[in-house]
Design a protein around this ligand. Structure first.
Ligand code: NAP
Length: 272
């Protein structure tokens, strides 16, 4: 029996167990995916213990994505993003990467969106935004970052090579853009979009990292003006696909994982 898992807090409503379990079943693997919530002060002990027990791999979510960095051998992508979400156990320190970048790249590709040469506005400067900036800069897009805290956007642009950065008022660049990536947590509680939805237009692709609810107020507004929309669930799916492939060296059963994820997210949205 191979064991994989997730460390974070909270993890109770995570969709990852359903998605990875579906992959193991589709591939006929004898494997389990388990969630853990270690104390932050015992994080290194938890990783050493997991290694000693033969656990094969761990996903990492809030609040450990950055705090785990000194305890792992981060690859160049995780180092650029400044956060880890996938650890492969075995050696010490364990190898670690950030599959949120692949999550963005593959979600765009799934929707036949090629960012090369496109003008992209990214809202946010936290972990998800950092992954999106890496993906789009590497793909050859012209990237503009708009964040509530303008200084954070500017630091990110300098670090990762974006074309410009500023406060949320600079999101007016959306009017001439091809892509809009909403990478803040705004929308999780039904809040209105962090940007003025009057800026949306039919030639825009609108990608929202938030996946609960699946249709955020921003995506609803984008649909209303005839824009192409990409739900955050696609990023969640493809970061999981990339983690599965890294851990197992197999092609992931993407459709089985998608169906399981859809079922789990729908269950999350159902009122109790
Ligand atoms: P984070 O590192 O805490 O960053 C939060 C970002 O949201 C910052 O840019 C912050 O701006 C901004 N923000 C927070 N409240 C705001 C408000 N009221 N108005 C405007 N901006 C606000 O979080 P994260 O890890 O990047 O996650 C962001 C979202 O992406 C979460 O909803 C998370 O669930 C989602 N996510 C999805 C996936 C996926 O696979 N779909 C993967 C990773 C994350 P300041 O800098 O000004 O504080």
């Amino acid at each position: 029996m191979e064991v994989f898992g997730l460390i974070g807090d909270p993890v109770r409503h995570s969709a990852s167990p359903a998605m990875h379990t579906a992959a193991y079943e589709a591939c006929g693997m004898q494997a389990r995916y388990v969630t853990f919530t270690p104390e932050e002060t015992a994080l290194e002990e938890a990783l050493r213990g997991a290694t000693a027990l033969g656990i094969r791999g761990l996903n990492v979510t809030i609040p450990f994505k950055q705090t785990v960095m000194p305890m792992v051998a981060a690859d160049p992508i995780a180092t650029r993003v400044g956060a880890v979400n996938t650890i492969t156990l075995g050696e010490w320190p364990p190898a670690a990467t950030n599959t949120d970048v692949a999550g963005v790249e593959r979600a765009l590709a799934h929707h036949d969106v090629d960012p090369a040469g496109a003008t992209a506005v990214i809202i946010g400067a936290g972990g998800a935004a950092r992954a999106a900036v890496c993906a789009l800069v590497d793909a050859g897009a012209e990237v503009h970052i708009a964040n509530r805290t303008a200084a954070r956007a500017r630091a990110l642009a300098d670090e990762l090579g974006a074309a410009s950065a500023g406060g949320l008022e600079t999101a007016t660049r959306i009017e001439g853009a091809d892509l809009l990536l909403q990478m803040t947590s705004v929308g999780m509680r039904g809040e209105a979009s962090p940007i003025d939805t009057a800026l949306l237009h039919a030639d825009l692709v609108v990608f929202d990292a938030v996946y609960t609810p699946r249709e955020t107020p921003l995506l609803a507004a984008a649909t209303g003006v005839g824009a192409t929309t990409i739900e955050g669930a696609w990023m969640l799916l493809y970061q999981g696909v990339a983690a599965f492939e890294r851990w197992t060296d197999r092609s992931a059963p993407v459709e089985a994982m998608r169906v399981a994820l859809e079922g789990r997210l729908t269950a999350n949205e159902r009122p109790f």
